[in-house]
Each structure stands twice: as structure tokens, then as C-alpha cells.
Design a protein around this ligand. Structure first.
Ligand code: NJP
Length: 252
């Protein structure tokens, strides 16, 4: 029986069409480079076009294939456009990596309500807009894979990170619900990174950033998370890798 399931669909990464949000830096960028190197056709989305253009050129120079679209995940139409670009260029979408995220962490007492709202808009609503764009396409195709970047902040909740962790755990819950509703032809994966050396802390409030910078001394390179995402994608269609945690051995 397991043999039938494992052989039921396309496996591997070669030739798959993968759209990635938050592809302009860090984990998204590393994932784009790794998947392109392994033969995927990449659709890059983020708000900084100059970075996406440079990354697409770098992928092409390495012999890979990538297109890009300026994508703000707080705008539903941008996600629809990203998915549309994949279909126009490559005829389908195999995987949507919902990776765009912001970590504007701070004590609740500071009442940085606009930061709370931005985290909800980017980290949660951004993933929902991705689902709204890709789910009907996946249904029509009869295949598709959602990979969402969440966080160890939701697994071990610590001070300052409550709202951030709440948005990430909302996506964890959403992804499990999606998996339950997805049926036997779609796949849903959540990846929880621990500390990863990216631009993630750049916009944090200075005293908080100083504390996070200390943690960043033990941080993993973003390629470590990219490899986990690649692992989930490369499985045969009948194999759904649900939940991956990737953190530094030194992280508490
Ligand atoms: O951080 P960074 P990471 N619309 O800052 C994009 C999670 N995580 O790679 O729009 C569209 O280098 C932004 O692009 P741009 C984290 O929560 C990380 O570490 O051009 N895109 C950039 O490409 C997040 O979900 C750590 O500014 C938007 C990307 O998001 C994911 O990993 C730990 C956007 C952020 O790249 C990738 O973050 C953890 C918008 N409105 C979870 N706003 C860690 N690094 O330690 C931002 O547990 N982006």
C-alpha cells in the first residue's frame, strides 16, 4: 500500500514551480537559491524590486530559472498576481512558500499597537491571502503544496514575543486546519526556524534588538532552513511532511 502512495505522483524538486514570498533576503532568498540550483522554476515575491531583480539575475547566471513580481503580502491582489505570474510563465504552480514575515517584538506594556497590527497583517493575513490565491489553483490542478514559515517562538513562548508568537501559532493552527481540509491531493508543511542569521532583527526596537543580537551569535545560516524546506518539497506527492523544527543546538 505504502508503495502505491509513495509512487502516486511526481517527486523531487527538478521542474517544480515554486513561488516564495519574502524572497528578497534571508530564508526566502536562501530557499530560492537552493531550489533553483536543484532545478525548480522560481517565482520570487517581496516588496523590494531591486533585490528581487538582482536575485533573479543571480539564479539565471547560475543556470537556473526565476521570475519576480513586486509583492506586498498585505495586499491580496499582489498574492493573486504572484500566483498568476507562475501560471503565465510556467503553466502551473506546484508550491507556495509563505515565508514573508516581520518580528516587531516588544514588551506588551509598551503598547506598540501599530507593530502588533503589522505583524498580524504580514505574518497571518499575508499567509491567508496566499492561500486565497493558490488554493483554487491547486484544486483545479489536483495538486499543490503549501509551505509556511512559522517559528520556534510559538513552541516556547518567551517574554517580548507574545504577539509575534501568536501570529506564528495562528499560522500553525491554520495550516493544520488546511491540511485537514486539503484532502488527499494537497500537501501542507510548516517549518519552525529557531535563531537564523538574517535581517530579521533590523527593524526591532534598539533595546530589544540588542538582546536578540546576543541570540544571533548562535544563529544558523539561512541555508539550514532552506534545506528543510527542500526536504519537504522533494518528497513524493503522497508523502506530507507536516512539521519541521530547525534550531541551533545551542538554543534554549
Ligand atoms: O528575515 P528577513 P528572515 N510583503 O528580514 C519580507 C521567520 N523566522 O529571512 O518586502 C512581502 O531577512 C521581506 O522582504 P521585503 C520570520 O518570521 C525567522 O529571517 O523586500 N514581503 C524579506 O524578504 C519570517 O516569516 C527567524 O522587505 C515582506 C522577508 O519578508 C521568515 O522566517 C526565526 C513583507 C523577511 O526576511 C523569514 O524571515 C524564526 C510584506 N509586507 C522565524 N514584509 C530568524 N531569522 O531568526 C516583510 O523563528 N517581507
Amino acid at each position: 500500500m505504502s508503495e502505491i502512495v509513495e509512487n502516486s505522483g511526481k517527486s523531487g524538486i527538478e521542474g517544480k514551480v515554486v513561488a516564495i514570498t519574502g524572497a528578497s533576503s534571508g530564508i526566502g532568498e536562501a530557499t530560492a537559491l537552493l531550489l533553483a540550483e536543484r532545478g525548480a522554476k522560481i517565482v520570487l515575491g517581496a516588496r523590494r524590486p531591486e533585490r528581487l531583480e538582482a536575485l533573479a539575475a543571480r539564479i539565471a547566471k547560475n543556470g537556473g530559472t526565476a521570475v519576480w513580481a513586486r509583492t506586498d503580502v498585505t495586499r491580496r491582489a499582489d498574492l493573486a498576481g504572484l500566483v498568476q505570474l507562475a501560471r503565465e510563465q510556467y503553466g502551473r504552480l506546484d508550491v507556495l512558500v509563505g515565508n514573508a514575515g516581520v518580528g516587531l517584538i516588544s514588551p506588551l506594556d509598551d503598547l506598540r499597537v501599530e507593530d502588533w497590527e503589522e505583524m498580524i497583517d504580514v505574518n497571518l493575513k499575508g499567509v491567508l491571502y496566499g492561500i486565497a490565491a493558490a488554493l483554487p489553483v491547486f484544486r483545479e490542478q489536483g495538486f499543490g503544496h503549501f509551505v509556511n514559515t512559522v517559528s520556534t517562538a510559538g513552541l516556547r513562548v518567551v517574554p517580548l514575543q507574545s504577539v509575534y508568537a501568536a501570529t506564528k501559532n495562528a499560522v500553525r493552527t491554520l495550516s493544520e486546519g488546511l491540511r485537514q481540509e486539503a484532502g488527499d491531493s494537497l500537501r501542507v508543511t510548516v517549518v519552525s526556524p529557531g535563531a537564523v542569521r538574517t535581517d530579521f532583527a533590523e527593524r526591532m526596537e534598539p533595546t530589544v534588538k540588542a538582546r536578540i543580537d546576543e541570540l544571533m551569535e548562535i544563529a544558523l545560516p539561512p541555508e539550514a532552513v532552506a534545506r528543510a524546506i527542500a526536504f519537504a518539497i522533494e518528497q513524493p506527492d503522497g508523502v506530507d511532511v507536516g512539521d519541521i523544527v530547525v534550531r541551533p543546538t545551542a538554543q534554549g
